[in-house]
Design a protein around this ligand. Structure first.
Ligand code: AMP
Ligand code: MG
Length: 321
């Protein structure tokens, strides 16, 4: 966690450093287990930043997996009963379901029982047995998240974790709020889920660094973007160790195992940060060839892949600088 925070701060510094402006206003907090930074470059005020901080804190409380008062904990403990939800949570869940279907299950918020087995393994030093993985298999599947007019229920003992999409969703909300109040140039960085509003005050594109997945405090590539989101998944910095082997924190919902393929990371560049968040997680699960085909077939979505041989491959619409 500490290593990740230092590194994310490093990306943030890079973002600020790439931007000439007179008096940017910045505010930082820690939410979703990660540092979150908002920087307003033009026409901002403290009131806007106050509102952003309160939105982040509110969504963190609402969608945390570990806070026993969050709606996620309440749903996970509801034993299949329907629980009424606010419009925002329903919208987030609808998007999670849609992107799960779009990615053929590579993105799946019901992956939590697998994650828990691997978290236990981290403590015991013993990888989960196939029997243990098979025993929770029936709970995993997006069809187990059911939304109707009364609320949401999780069937077949499903358990959800919004860690692969919540930060992106909140980044979109912050973009919408800031644009609404008149902000024309800003960077929202929620633990490496970056959304930029407009362009730099000098008219140039924002430069967003992509972390080197193997070398802390290094960037492997930089993309130039205006009014866009840039979200990366797969860095081993957020992974964990069982015995002497390092594993990714992203689970392949089809096998129950941490992802181990020809990719080190996937960065998605697209208008919506929530979509970029879900699709970067999904593309990391898919592996290079399938993910590249998927991105090329999906309108408005571009990607930068870092392969295990440390080569960087970008799709046609990405500007690497
Ligand atoms: P991200 O860093 O956005 O790729 O999300 C990773 C986080 O999402 C993990 O820490 C888990 O909380 C959760 N997660 C892991 N695997 C998946 C998956 N295949 N689909 C959706 N969420 C996942
Ligand atoms: Mg994600």
């Amino acid at each position: 966690m500490k290593r990740m925070m230092i590194f994310l701060c490093c990306i943030s510094l890079f973002l600020f450093g790439g931007c000439k402006q007179t008096a940017p206003q910045t505010r930082q907090t820690v939410a979703f287990d990660t540092p979150c930074t908002i920087t307003l470059y033009e026409g901002g005020n403290e009131g806007w930043l106050d509102e952003c901080m309160s939105m982040i804190a509110d969504r963190n409380e609402l969608w945390s997996r570990t806070d026993p008062h969050s709606v996620v904990s309440k749903l996970n403990e509801a034993n299949g009963k329907t629980i009424a939800q606010n419009t925002m949570t329903v919208d987030l869940l609808r998007k999670a379901i849609a992107w799960s279907k779009l990615t053929n299950g590579a993105f799946d918020i019901t992956v939590l029982p697998y994650t828990q087995l691997w978290q236990d393994a981290q403590k015991t030093g013993v990888v989960p047995s196939q029997v243990a993985i098979d025993s929770v298999k029936g709970t995993v599947g997006i069809e187990n998240v059911v939304i109707d007019q009364d609320g949401v229920k999780l069937q077949n003992d499903a358990q959800i974790d919004l860690g692969g999409i919540a930060k992106g969703y909140v980044a979109d909300e912050l973009v919408a709020y800031l644009k609404d109040v008149g902000c024309t140039s800003a960077i929202i960085d929620l633990g490496g889920n970056v959304a930029v509003i407009g362009e730099k005050p000098d008219g140039g594109a924002f430069r967003v660094g992509i972390a080197h997945p193997l070398h802390e405090n290094e960037l492997i590539a930089t993309v130039a973007v205006r009014d866009c989101s840039v979200v990366t998944s797969g860095s081993y910095i957020r992974g964990f160790t069982v015995g002497d082997k390092r594993y990714s924190h992203i689970i392949d919902p089809r096998t129950g195992y941490p992802v181990d393929n020809d990719l080190l990371s996937v960065t998605i560049v697209c208008a919506s940060a929530a979509k970029a968040d879900a699709l970067s997680t999904a593309c990391f699960v898919m592996g290079y060839e399938k993910a590249k085909d998927f991105v090329e077939a999906t309108d408005g979505v571009e990607a930068v892949f870092v392969k295990t041989d440390e080569t960087v491959v970008a799709t046609a619409g990405v500007t690497l600088v």
